[in-house]
Design a protein around this ligand. Structure first.
Ligand SMILES: Cc1ncc(COP(=O)(O)O)c(C=O)c1O
Length: 399
C-alpha cells in the first residue's frame, strides 16, 4: 500500500545530526545542529532544571491530562517572561497563551490560526530562514513567499529589501519575524529598525507572527523581547511563538507556547477558542512534565535567579566564541568575511563555507556544518577553535 507514496526528503539539519551521531571518528566536530553545547562540547542539563525536577519528584503531581491550552501556571509565567509583568498587566485580557509542543508546535498552531483568519493567505518568510518555516506554513494551508533579509555581499541584514517586499504584500497576509537571534544569520534588526518594520506591518494591515526561539541568548531576556513588546505597545494584534528548548535546555521535553495578543478581550477570547479547537484535533493536550519544570523554574524565588544566571553564562559564551572566531579568522587573513559575526547574536552565523566547502569539511575532516554555510557557534570551544579556524581557512582557500 505504501508504495504509492514518494520518499519525502530528509530534514537537512536533523539528517546531518544523525550522520554526525553515526560517525565513529573521535575527531568529529558538530557545528551543524541547533543545540547549545558548553565549553566541554556537551549539552548541559541546567542546574535550575535539575533542582526543579527534584522538587517535582517530591511533590509527585498526578500524571493526569493538562487542559487543552496547557498549564495555567506555565502560561502565566510565559506571558510575564515574554511581555514583562508591567506590560502584561496593562494588556490584561488582550493576551492569551496556549502551551504547545515546543516552538515548532507554536509556529504550526499560529499558522493554522492565520489560515482560519485569512484562508490561503501568503506567509512572507525571511530568506534565509529556519528551513521548517515554509514547510509549516504550507502544511497549514498558507502560501509561503520570501522577503530578502540578508545581503550575502555585506553579510548583514538588508532592511530596505524587507520593506520593499512587504510593500507588495496584501492586507491579511502574514509576515513571519524572528524575535531575536535570527536563524541562520544571527543578524537582528536594531530597535529603530524594528520600529520602522512594525510600522510598515501595521500600515499595510499584515498579521505579524513572531517566532521567538532564543529569548535571552542575544542581549538578555528583556532586551530580546523588544520587538514583541513594541508590537504590543503599538497596539498591534499579533501571534508570538515561543520556545524553551534553548533558553532552558528542555529540547526533548517539548516546551513552548503561543501568545495571542489582540485589540480587545472579545477578539482574544475567539482566537483562544479556535486555538483550542485546533489543539484538540492535533495533540489534544500538551505534555505536562516539561511545562512543570519550566513553570517551577520561572516562579521559584531561588530557581528563577539561578536560571537567569545560567542563561547569561550561555549567552556570554556565545559572545566569546564569536569574538574568538573573528580574531582567529582575522589572523588567517579572512577578517572581513568574519567581522560581522562579532556584532551578530545567538547560536548561528551564515558563512561562505557553503556547498562544496561544507562537503569537503565534512567528508575529509569530520567537521559538520550545514551546506548553506550555517555554523552553530556553540559547537566551538577552547579545545577545537584553532583547529576549526585552520580548516575554515583551508576550505575558503579552495576557491
Ligand atoms: C527559528 C526557530 N523556530 C523554532 C524552532 C523550534 O523550536 P523547538 O525545538 O522548541 O520546536 C527552532 C529550533 O531550532 C528555531 O530555530
Amino acid at each position: 500500500m505504501f508504495d504509492a507514496l514518494s520518499l519525502a526528503p530528509e530534514d537537512p539539519i536533523l539528517g546531518l545530526a544523525a550522520a554526525f551521531n553515526r560517525d565513529p571518528s573521535p575527531a568529529k566536530i558538530n557545528l551543524a545542529q541547533g543545540i547549545y553545547l558548553d565549553e566541554t562540547g556537551r549539552t548541559p542539563t541546567l542546574a535550575c532544571v535539575r533542582r526543579a525536577e527534584e522538587l517535582l519528584l517530591q511533590a509527585a503531581p498526578p500524571k493526569t491530562y493538562l487542559p487543552i491550552d496547557g498549564s495555567a501556571k506555565f502560561n502565566d509565567a510565559v506571558a510575564d517572561f515574554v511581555l514583562g509583568p508591567a506590560l502584561r498587566a496593562q494588556l490584561g485580557p488582550r493576551v492569551a497563551v496556549v502551551q504547545t509542543p515546543g516552538g515548532t508546535g507554536a509556529v504550526r498552531l499560529a499558522a493554522e490560526i492565520v489560515h482560519l483568519l485569512h484562508g490561503g493567505a501568503t506567509a512572507w518568510i525571511s530568506n534565509p530562514t529556519w528551513p521548517n518555516h515554509p514547510n509549516i506554513c504550507r502544511a497549514a494551508g498558507l502560501k509561503p513567499a520570501e522577503y530578502r533579509y540578508f545581503d550575502a555581499q555585506t553579510k548583514r541584514r538588508d532592511l530596505d529589501a524587507v520593506l520593499a517586499t512587504l510593500a507588495t504584500a496584501a492586507r491579511g497576509d502574514t509576515v513571519l519575524l524572528h524575535g531575536c537571534c535570527h536563524n541562520p544569520t544571527g543578524d537582528d534588526p536594531s530597535e529603530s529598525e524594528w520600529r520602522t518594520l512594525l510600522t510598515a506591518v501595521q500600515q499595510r494591515g499584515l498579521v505579524p507572527l513572531f517566532d521567538s526561539a532564543y529569548q535571552g541568548l542575544a542581549r538578555g531576556p528583556d532586551l530580546d523581547a523588544f520587538p514583541i513588546r513594541l508590537a504590543a505597545e503599538m497596539g498591534l494584534s499579533f501571534l508570538a511563538a515561543v520556545s524553551f528548548s534553548k533558553n532552558l535546555g528542555l529540547y526533548g521535553e517539548r516546551v513552548g507556547a503561543l501568545l495571542l495578543v489582540g485589540a480587545d478581550a472579545e477578539g482574544v477570547r475567539r482566537a483562544l477558542s479556535q486555538a483550542k479547537a485546533v489543539v484538540r484535533t492535533a495533540w489534544s493536550s500538551p505534555s505536562a512534565h516539561g511545562a512543570r519544570i519550566a513553570e517551577t523554574v520561572m516562579t521559584h524565588a531561588e530557581l528563577r535567579p539561578l536560571w537567569l544566571g545560567e542563561l547569561e553564562t550561555m549567552r556570554l559564551r556565545l559572545v566569546q566564541m564569536r569574538q574568538d572566531l573573528v580574531r582567529l579568522m582575522t589572523e588567517r587573513g579572512f577578517g572581513s568575511a568574519f567581522a560581522p559575526l562579532a556584532e551578530q547574536h545567538g547560536m548561528f552565523a551564515l558563512t561562505e563555507l557553503s556547498g562544496e566547502r561544507a562537503r569537503w569539511l565534512r567528508q575529509e575532516h569530520k567537521l559538520y556544518l550545514i551546506e548553506s554555510g550555517r555554523i552553530n557557534v556553540a559547537g566551538l570551544n577552547p579545545r577545537n577553535q584553532t583547529a576549526v579556524a585552520d580548516l575554515f581557512a583551508r576550505a575558503l582557500a579552495l576557491g
